[in-house]
Write a protein that binds this ligand. Structure first.
Ligand SMILES: Cc1cc2nc3c(=O)[nH]c(=O)nc-3n(C[C@H](O)[C@H](O)[C@H](O)COP(=O)(O)O)c2cc1C
Length: 375
């Protein structure tokens, strides 16, 4: 499986793992793949602690950081995140706050212990993201910056590349892939609509080959719906240089999820996800539950855009995480996942997953090659 992209990044396997958990980043990179830490939930100080820990444990392997690079880096860059948080919160209609609170109360989710502690403005604005980028660029083993939403401005891409790192851009449409190409990214991640988190509408098997053709010779990673080696073989057959996986790592031994949340993922079938705007304001695939149903109902207030809807739901996110096993918290918890979650029914270690993926990949490819030789 070691191909050109692996050589460029100094890895053995073109298997990329998106995760919010530093232990998973380290375990995947140490097993020959490429761990990528999702930084959106951290502030710069927390990210520094995570990356320092990774640097200490990852040996001489590389890793990446995924941030939602701002389309206008100067826009709110100088604004204090706390002031911005207050300004944005003032724009949220009281009806939305009441609706969210009502759902949490109805499902027995306790209030946040310090009611005066403001919710966190996540890494979705220039004010919160630029410090994350600055911090990431201080860590030499972090050799890839991935951009999870929208197309980054060429100036930011150039800044990252000038530091000797590669830039990857996630896309869910061919037109977006072309915009990424124009912005100068080094790697495209084509995410099919069945994937977890923010996704478009086009399914993986349709999207991947179109993106491969549209941006050639830029290498493309296939994402959305990959949980076994057969799916990797299919992606590589369509011209992908590797795979980018997310849901696969939610339930691994090394994952830091609360037990109740892990169980929700293990219980879910492939029909149990929904594409909803109810968490961030942008369409995002999650486990369907009472929260996503309530916001889709006729009597619900219309969801706001990003980052306002994210601020409406920030209190629900911190409370359903802290009290994941209380009351009926999982019914209103934010559990992003792709349809592939239905394939994931047992807890494995990252090393076991990496080994299994290779075995399954070979088992899928070898008969195909043999059948060609027979002809
Ligand atoms: C729990 C979860 C959180 C995610 N958060 C982000 C994120 O913050 N930034 C990002 O670029 N992608 C995020 N994603 C999407 C992944 O990067 C990836 O595109 C997706 O998981 C691929 O589909 P799969 O889940 O079928 O493997 C998230 C995915 C999951 C499952």
């Amino acid at each position: 499986m070691r191909n050109q992209l692996c050589k460029k990044l100094g890895i053995d396997l073109p298997i990329f793992a998106f995760t919010h958990c530093r232990d998973v980043v380290v375990a995947v990179s140490r097993a020959g793949g490429f761990g990528v830490l999702g930084a959106a939930y951290f502030n710069a100080q927390e990210l520094k602690a995570e990356l320092d820990w990774i640097d200490t444990h990852i040996g001489d392997h590389p890793y990446g950081v995924d941030i939602l690079l701002p389309q206008d880096p100067d826009g709110l860059g100088g604004t204090d995140p706390q002031i911005l948080q207050r300004e944005l919160s003032d724009q949220i209609p009281a009806e939305h706050v009441r609706f969210a609170e009502g759902l949490l109360e109805a499902h027995g989710v306790p209030p946040w212990p310090d009611r005066d502690e403001p919710v966190r403005l996540l890494g979705w604005t220039a004010a919160t993201v630029m410090p994350l980028l600055d911090e990431s660029l201080k860590h030499p083993r972090c050799t890839l910056i991935a951009n999870g939403l929208g197309v980054p401005p060429p100036t930011l891409v150039e800044r990252i590349q000038a530091s000797g790192r590669l830039v990857a851009g996630l896309c869910g449409r061919v037109s977006q892939a072309k915009n990424h190409q124009r912005a100068g990214v080094d790697i495209l991640v084509a995410v099919g609509g069945e994937g977890g988190g923010h996704v478009g509408e086009v399914a993986s098997v349709v999207l991947w080959p179109q993106v491969v053709d549209a941006v050639a010779p830029i290498p493309v990673l296939a994402a959305g719906g990959i949980g076994n080696g057969r799916q990797i073989a299919a992606a590589m057959a369509m011209g992908a240089q590797g795979v980018w996986t997310g849901s696969l790592w939610l339930t691994v031994e090394e994952s830091a999820l609360q037990p109740a949340q892990r169980q929700s993922y293990l219980n879910a079938s492939s029909e149990d996800t929904v594409r909803t705007r109810s968490w961030t304001g942008k369409p995002s695939r999650m486990l369907r539950n009472a929260w996503s149903d309530a916001w889709a109902a006729d009597d619900a207030p219309p969801t706001l855009g990003l980052p306002l809807q994210g601020l409406v739901t920030a209190d629900a996110m911190r409370r359903t995480e802290r009290y994941a096993g209380s009351g009926d918290a999982q019914a209103v918890a934010c559990n992003p996942a792709g349809q592939v979650i239905g394939q994931i029914t047992a807890v494995e270690s990252c090393r076991q997953v990496m080994y299994r993926l290779q075995e399954e990949y070979l088992a899928a490819v070898q008969p195909l090659l043999a059948s060609l030789e027979e002809q």
